[in-house]
Write a protein that binds this ligand. Structure first.
Ligand SMILES: [Cu+2]
Length: 176
């Protein structure tokens, strides 16, 4: 009796772990996500966390993170378009990145016309994510980069103090 209960519990635990763990498709190096049992958001495997803010400059044909740090959860993206043509930001494989929908943008989370600023929200798990501009030809021309989403605020703060965030990492990219 005692033995079979233990087996049952082990089986249930394994099923729970299997159901709650996943590395999102398209993530470069995302950590497996294990949602707290019974926690809101567990069912749809959504990133839980405080989130954060990123400001990203974009133009022909580059991205550069100019401010902010991202912790897993809802991340508010401010996209500053410094050139004349339209650009947008899509995170490949994001679990939920469709707060911005318009025209042929598909899964872009934010878009901005030339010399304009757009805002959007991406829900991302911890890890490194590929971001692209999905306007045809722009990714191939150079609008592909990565951002890091930290698992905790402590981890993010440590990266800030060490000067190891994504801010200005690509500042040397051509801007004309
Ligand atoms: Cu573009």
């Amino acid at each position: 009796m005692r033995r079979s209960s233990a087996v049952l519990i082990a089986t249930a635990a394994a099923a729970l772990l299997a159901g709650c763990s996943s590395v999102p498709e398209g993530a470069v190096d995302a950590q497996a996500f294990e949602c707290p049992v019974g926690e809101e958001g567990c069912d749809d495997n959504r990133p839980l966390g405080p989130g954060g803010e990123l400001e990203i400059e974009m133009g022909n044909f580059f991205f550069n993170v100019t401010d902010g740090v991202a912790v897993t959860g809802d991340i508010e993206i401010t996209a500053v378009n410094v050139q004349d043509g339209y650009h947008n930001i899509e995170f490949l494989g994001a679990a939920d990145g469709s707060s911005f929908m318009g025209g042929s943008d598909g899964n872009a989370v934010v878009g901005a016309d030339g010399n304009d600023v757009g805002t959007g929200t991406a829900a991302l798990f911890p890890g490194e994510w590929t971001m692209i501009c999905n306007v045809p030809g722009h990714r191939a021309a150079g609008m592909e980069s990565t951002i890091t989403v930290y698992a905790t605020e402590e981890e993010a703060q440590a990266a800030v103090e060490a000067g190891e965030t994504d801010v200005d990492r690509d500042a040397e990219m051509p801007q004309s």
